[in-house]
Design a protein. Structure first.
Length: 303
């Protein structure tokens, strides 16, 4: 809808109402923190727009003409509507500034995010967090598309179009159940690992991408042929503990079960797979508000 250029703007209407309510240009100038000549100039411009005088000026002050009184009646509705809009927009800004929308990989969600959230609640008690969990490729796509201001990924590098910062160190481990033949070995060779059918995460997972990148660097002819692809670290852990076969998983995810004796870490001669977990955001659009606070907490040195 196109508005006629002869319709006065909101500040001019608001100023007219102040002059009428306060009874003089001078008092209106004080209320709006501008000079009296500025008030006079703006009222003259308003009268030029509407085409008729809106104020009668005298030694006693200013009062509306009949046209000015009608315009003031209409202006009050407009100003009240603008004030309601301003209040609604302020509420939306407050809600936005107190809400952090985050997308993160499964490992980050399960093993790092709870501690970060606890610290965030201390730093910003009123903040609510909406968290979505998926694999690292999906996290990167969601952040690039602008659906989330920040994401947390695994993987050997920061995807194109994103900037990032390391938030934690981790290592991928080959793990087996205690009864597996590898559990009693001092170490296995890279060739044995390359020939084995492994339980792994699905394509697009940061753990899967990092593992394949590392193994191909040591065994160039190797081609992935997983025994089983599962959508979560917990599912891999349960399958390995159940004796299905060897698995590849984060040291963060395996730590508790390694300590309890439910899993055994297998040493692979000549192969270690350290990695960094990263916060990512679109290039040129650093996180702000609660997302920035969360990133700062995640990047703090951990005990």
């Amino acid at each position: 809808m196109r508005i006629s250029p002869r319709v006065p703007d909101l500040p001019a209407l608001d100023l007219l109402l102040s002059v009428i309510e306060l009874g003089s240009l001078g008092r209106a100038a004080q209320a709006h923190n501008i000079s009296q000549p500025s008030v006079s100039s703006r009222i003259r411009y308003l009268e030029q727009l509407v085409g008729v005088p809106v104020l009668q000026r005298s030694a006693l002050g200013s009062s509306p003409t009949p046209a000015g009184a009608l315009l003031a009646t209409l202006a009050r509705d407009v100003i009240e509507a603008a004030q309601r809009m301003d209040g609604a927009l302020a509420t939306l800004r407050d809600q936005r500034s107190s809400r952090a929308s985050v997308v993160a990989s499964q490992t980050v969600v399960e093993y790092l995010f709870p501690r970060w959230l606890k610290d965030l609640r201390v730093r910003a008690p009123g903040v609510t967090v909406a968290l979505d969990a998926c694999n690292s490729a999906q996290v990167a796509a969601a952040v690039l598309e602008g659906r989330f201001p920040i994401g947390f990924i695994e993987g050997p590098r920061v995807p194109k179009g994103l900037a990032g910062r390391a938030v934690a160190r981790d290592e991928l481990l080959v793990v087996v159940a205690p009864q597996h033949a590898w559990a009693d070995r001092t170490a296995i060779t890279i060739e044995e690992l390359a020939c084995a059918e492994l339980i792994q995460r699905e394509q697009g997972s940061g753990a899967r991408t990092t593992f394949e990148h590392a193994l191909k660097a040591h065994a160039p002819g190797w081609k992935p042929a997983p025994l089983l692809e599962l959508p979560s670290t917990t599912a891999i852990k349960n399958a390995v503990i159940g004796g299905v076969g060897p698995g590849v998983m984060s040291s963060l995810a395996a730590a508790q079960d390694l300590a309890a004796g439910n899993l055994t870490a297998v040493t692979v001669s000549g192969l270690r797979i350290p990695r960094r977990l990263r916060a990512v955001w679109p290039v040129g659009r650093r996180p702000v508000g609660p997302a920035r606070d969360l990133c700062a907490i995640a990047c703090l040195p951990q005990p």
